[in-house]
Structure formats: structure tokens, C-alpha cells
Design a protein around this ligand. Structure first.
Ligand SMILES: [Zn+2]
Length: 152
């Protein structure tokens, strides 16, 4: 299945926007400015400023997992989200936000956690409430990002 590709991603270390070269191994992608790994194969922890920067500068889908350390289903979601990040490497940017230390979940009207919110070009295009397995999450993301696969 063709998928919307991630064509620009934010460096988790210095915050620089980096073009993502298609056809290259996402696991090896490094920041052109600071040489830190772009971490395209794993979730990136963000605070409010980090989320805003990723949403503004990412070209391609961004999937946010809102969680909290005291939430049992959130902790079960953790490894599923990590697995999904590997499977969506180079196709979507996966971010994690601790709801206890950020105001963005309130601004996004998150009512329960874990909450999974999918964005493209800063706009919310999907939301899933509650625990979801990695395979189902990958399918859910791909189902909501048909825009460019339809053109290929
Ligand atoms: Zn960097």
C-alpha cells in the first residue's frame, strides 16, 4: 500500500527542520545541523513547545500519543506505540506527550487517555481514544492518510 511519506522532520535534539530523503533507511537519518539522529524509527517525547514546532515544521503525518505515568492503559500503550513508530518509520512522525506536564492536551480537548491524535499540515485529521494494538494503529493511520497514495 502506498502511503503519505514524511518529507520533512524536526530534529529532536536541536529543533532544525530536515528534509527526509526517500529511499534511504530512516533509521540512519541524521540532522544536517547537529548530526543527532532524527529518531524516525522511535517515538519522540515532546513538551508544549516541541509539539508546536513539530506540527509547524513537519511535512507529512504527525501522530501524537497523550499519556500519563499513573495511567495503566497508557503504560500498556507505550510498547505498542514504539512498535508502531518502527513500522511507520519514514511515513509518519510519532510523538509522545506527558499530559501531567503540558497544557496542549487541554487545548486539544483531550477528555481521556491514552489519546492518539493524528495531524497533517497542523490540522487534526483523526483521533482515537483508548488503548490500541500496534497493527491496528498502523492501519488506522494509513486509512486516514489516503491523500497522496490516491495520486500514485
Ligand atoms: Zn539537530
Amino acid at each position: 500500500m502506498d502511503m503519505v511519506l514524511l518529507t520533512q522532520a524536526v530534529c529532536p535534539s536541536c529543533g532544525a527542520a530536515n528534509r527526509v530523503a526517500s529511499g534511504r533507511d530512516p533509521a540512519l537519518a541524521k540532522c544536517g545541523k547537529c548530526r543527532h539522529s532524527l529518531s524516525l524509527t522511535e517515538p519522540v517525547d515532546v513538551d508544549d513547545d516541541g509539539l508546536a514546532r513539530h506540527l509547524r515544521l513537519t511535512r507529512g503525518p504527525v501522530l501524537l500519543d497523550v499519556w500519563a505515568p499513573w495511567c495503566g492503559p497508557c503504560r500498556m500503550m507505550g510498547p505498542q506505540f514504539t512498535s508502531a513508530a518502527q513500522r511507520l518509520a519514514g511515513e509518519a512522525r510519532l510523538l509522545r506527550m506527558n499530559a501531567d506536564t503540558a497544557v496542549s492536551p487541554n487545548n486539544l480537548r483531550v477528555a481521556g487517555i491514552p489519546a492518539l491524535i493524528l495531524f497533517e499540515q497542523e490540522k487534526e485529521i483523526g483521533r482515537h481514544a483508548g488503548l490500541i494494538q500496534a497493527g491496528d494503529l498502523v492501519s488506522w493511520v494509513k486509512d486516514r492518510c489516503p491523500s497522496r497514495s490516491a495520486q500514485t
